[in-house]
Design a binder for this molecule. Structure first.
Ligand code: PEP
Length: 252
């Protein structure tokens, strides 16, 4: 039985005061139960303070990006060990915004995935197709390329301590959500692709859905067999919105 992971990606939003209010609100409203895990991914400057506020609450903290390098002359970069040092347990790699806006290739994403694990973090590997790719019927081949780059670089066993997030690019921040059935089809495909290498790893790996998830559509998405949680952008910026999804994960 896979645990549900509800992960908030705060992106480049907030301030000291706003992020304090947000984490305090989330911590105060964590639903009862143990079949789920909550995670918040604040912007880099707030990681340590948010991690301190979340200590003992059951809410984990993750980062939104990591260097593929271990240490050294990489101005502006942050290593996995540093993120771990300030209280992170997870890091998002390969978010579509980083692939599109910062030209991160699948090979670079794979290197970040490997570096994250070497530094003691659980990577959340994002994969997903654009609208044009979906309409061209290439959704599965796009995802295969993104996933295979990491399977080849890290090995399938690495997915024993990693998470995959299926995030159709056309659903991110647009209010257009994949239907539960559309999402389930891709999630099943991802699990089968991992299973072709190792069935036991595939049965265990959490596959999150991301793309305009909110309290209203979360129950339908989370009811699907291969959807094990959500990676949430917009609805993670208000405690009550995020907690509505957490409630769905807790079965309330
Ligand atoms: C995201 O950016 O990962 C995301 C899913 O955003 P939103 O929930 O706003 O679509």
């Amino acid at each position: 039985m896979r645990q549900i992971l509800v992960a908030g990606n705060w992106k480049m939003n907030g301030s000291n005061a706003a992020n304090q209010e947000l984490i305090d609100g989330i911590v105060a409203g964590v639903p009862d139960g143990d079949g789920f895990q909550l995670l918040v991914c604040p912007p880099l400057p707030y990681l340590a303070v948010v991690a301190a506020s979340a200590t003992g609450s059951g809410v984990a903290v993750g980062a939104q990006n990591v260097s593929e390098h271990e240490a050294g002359a990489y101005t502006g970069e942050t290593s996995a060990a540093m993120l771990k040092d300030v209280g992170c347990e997870y890091v998002i790699v390969g978010h579509s915004e980083r692939r599109a806006l910062y030209a991160e290739s699948s090979a670079q994403v794979a290197a970040k995935f490997v570096a994250a694990q070497a530094g003691g973090l659980a990577p959340i590997l994002c994969v997903g197709e654009t609208l044009e790719e979906r309409e061209a019927g290439t959704t599965e081949s796009v995802i295969d390329e993104q996933l295979d780059a990491v399977l080849d670089a890290a090995g399938v066993a690495a997915f024993d301590s990693a998470v995959i997030a299926y995030e159709p690019v056309w659903a991110i921040g647009t209010g257009m959500t994949a239907s539960p059935e559309q999402a389930q089809d891709v999630h099943r495909h991802i699990r089968e692709r991992v299973a072709a290498k190792d069935a036991a790893v595939a049965a265990k790996v959490q596959i999150l859905y991301g793309g305009s998830m909110k309290g209203e559509n979360a129950p339908g998405l989370l009811s699907m067999q291969d959807i094990d949680g959500g990676l949430i952008g917009g609805a993670s910026l208000k405690a009550s919105d995020f907690l509505a999804i957490a409630d769905a994960a807790a079965g309330n």
